[in-house]
Design a protein around this ligand. Structure first.
Ligand code: UDP
Length: 235
């Protein structure tokens, strides 16, 4: 196993499956199966999930809503997604804990780093909800922050595209995929991997990022075993 402790970042939109909004339970079950495969190998798995399938603060602000209010709504959306994922994982027989950056003791533990690490050591999947707990941040930044805090070996950004391309592969048929890139190359080529706050935090803390297609069977397992899947961004 190449990576012993991973931080898996899933976007809220990934949970929509083919729907326009909300949560696709079949997609959740598929993810639970993929995650179970790596947990059974002995890999320690922490997950940060987005909220874009339910609410984004920026979208609310564009329609006249207070940005801070909207961002808190977005953070709550990530807790809803986290609870849904927790349910699917537990159904698949995986032990889990949900920790929230905003205290809500009826549904989640508060985020406590040492406790999160202890859960991981015991083989429990830890889901971090409510992002960083602060407005004006994203769940990519939350994922990077938590990954650094718990000492993850890598951040795995599961998307619907199989890596980083020189142009948008959904718009340009000739787009070329990179197998690996340095942080400097991503910056120079102005490639979109994560937002700049998250990207800088990863770079400064020497935390590698792998962008990969989470919807492809077995991909997560292959990455954990060290196979060259997706695009690796490293020093
Ligand atoms: N959010 C926030 N602070 C955080 C993380 C998230 O305010 O630390 C809010 C923000 O409004 C964001 C929304 O929660 O738009 C959902 O998160 P994100 O857009 O990162 O989700 P994703 O795009 O991964 O689905």
């Amino acid at each position: 196993m190449k990576y012993k402790r991973i931080l898996l970042k899933l976007s809220g939109e990934a949970l929509m499956g083919n729907r326009q909004y909300g949560i696709d339970t079949e997609r959740l079950q598929e993810y639970a199966v993929e995650i179970k495969k790596v947990v059974e190998k002995g890999c320690e798995v922490a997950i940060v999930i987005g909220g874009g399938n339910i609410f984004r603060g920026v979208a609310g602000a564009a329609k006249g809503m207070d940005r801070v209010q909207g961002d808190y709504m977005g953070m709550l959306a990530t807790v809803i997604n986290g609870m849904a994922l927790q349910g699917a994982l537990e159904d698949a027989g995986i032990k889990t804990r949900l920790q929230s950056a905003i205290e809500m003791d009826k549904v989640a533990e508060p985020f406590i780093k040492r406790r999160a690490v202890r859960h991981l050591e015991k083989g429990r999947v830890v889901i971090f909800g409510a992002g960083t707990g602060n407005p004006y941040f994203t769940t990519d930044t939350a994922a990077t922050l938590r990954a650094i805090e718990i000492g993850a070996d890598v951040i795995l950004k599961g998307t619907r595209v199989d890596g980083i391309y020189d142009s948008d592969p959904e718009k340009n048929a000739d787009a070329v995929k990179y197998n690996s890139l340095s942080f400097d190359e991503v910056f120079e080529k102005n490639l979109k991997v994560m937002d700049m706050t998250a990207f800088t935090l990863s770079h400064e803390n020497k935390l590698p990022i792998i962008v990969f297609d989470m919807n492809k069977d077995g991909n997560l397992s292959k990455i954990v075993d060290g196979e060259n899947v997706g695009t690796l961004v490293d020093l």
